[in-house]
Design a protein around this ligand. Structure first.
Ligand SMILES: NC(=O)c1ccc[n+]([C@@H]2O[C@H](COP(=O)([O-])OP(=O)(O)OC[C@H]3O[C@@H](n4cnc5c(N)ncnc54)[C@H](O)[C@@H]3O)[C@@H](O)[C@H]2O)c1
Length: 264
């Protein structure tokens, strides 16, 4: 199949590609002829239909990440791009000032869990993959950030802080690695169609932190967006395919908002 964005022969790793936005990214890359490796804690029944290889990997473990990268290089001979997509969230208040649900006040365990996956994970993956990129003097890293990392987010301060850190990685790695012909780009999605991350459990927690009715949170969200609708996963994955392609060869060190007009 010939497409405008032809990623033929590019070997691309998508972390967290077994679900939600990551599955959409992997599918989009696959449809644009890339060789797609999904790396995730767990697989699913469909992953073989939209990828060329699955590696079980915990991105918070250096040993697991290094084994994953070695496996990909062994199987495909090289890596052309990394999509740092895997992420987690637990909506929590800094202090439970409502005094009704102490379980929705942030704990040290919440901090460690969210920070390990969202900040340490992309660091470990980028480091292991960048060693390969530097050898070949070529490569692209796309960090999936969030609007929350730019704007802050009530009830999601730890998540927001990890995404702000990811934006710092994007700017800094682009400065370090540009001389090796390596681009680093971020994408900051706003509110999207629901995924496991926006599970009923997480929405109930988020609604509590904001004093909202959980049954109305979807419609409240949509009305806060200038385009008056939440984003589609394909709108993010189309952007990822563009950013790993040669059409975006001069874009690096920046994080692009994809928020229906909501973010500054
Ligand atoms: N859903 C949204 O509205 C939204 C908005 C903005 C940004 N994002 C970002 O998009 C990315 C994908 O989110 P999603 O909504 O598709 O979530 P999701 O929960 O559907 O998918 C996340 C995937 O990451 C995997 N994962 C979690 N921890 C891992 C680990 N330690 N090692 C390897 N894999 C791990 C999970 O197994 C899962 O398959 C995240 O970085 C998230 O922060 C999502």
């Amino acid at each position: 199949m010939s497409t405008w964005i032809d990623l033929g022969q590019k070997v691309i790793i998508v972390t967290g590609g077994a679900s939600g936005i990551g599955a959409s990214i992997a599918t989009n890359l696959h449809n644009n002829n890339a060789t797609v490796v999904v790396c995730d804690l767990r697989t699913n029944d469909d992953v073989a239909a939209y990828s060329d290889h699955f590696v079980q990997c915990d991105i918070t473990s250096k040993a697991s990440v290094e084994a994953m990268v070695a496996e990909v290089v062994e199987k495909f001979g090289r890596i052309d791009a990394l999509i740092n997509n895997a992420g987690v969230n637990r909506p929590r208040l800094l202090v439970d000032f409502y005094g009704e649900k102490p379980e929705f006040e942030a704990t040290e365990a919440d901090f460690d869990f969210i920070t390990n996956v969202n900040q340490k994970g992309p660091f470990l993956c980028a480091q292991a993959v960048a060693r390969q990129f530097i050898e070949r003097q070529e490569g692209v890293i796309v960090n999936i950030s969030s609007e929350a990392g730019v704007e802050g987010s009530a009830g999601q301060s730890i998540y927001s802080a990890t995404k702000a850190a990811l934006n710092g990685f994007t700017r800094s790695w682009a400065k370090e690695l540009g001389q090796h012909n390596i681009r680093v780009v971020g994408i900051a999605p706003g509110i999207n169609k629901r995924t496991n991350m926006n599970s009923d459990e997480n929405y109930a927690a988020l609604a509590y932190t904001r004093g909202l009715d959980p049954d109305h949170i979807d419609t409240d969200y949509a009305s806060s967006i200038p385009l008056r609708r939440v984003g589609e996963h394909e709108e993010i994955s189309d952007l990822v395919s563009y950013l790993v392609s040669s059409h975006s060869s001069y874009i690096s060190g920046t994080t692009l908002n994809i928020t229906g007009g909501k973010s500054r």
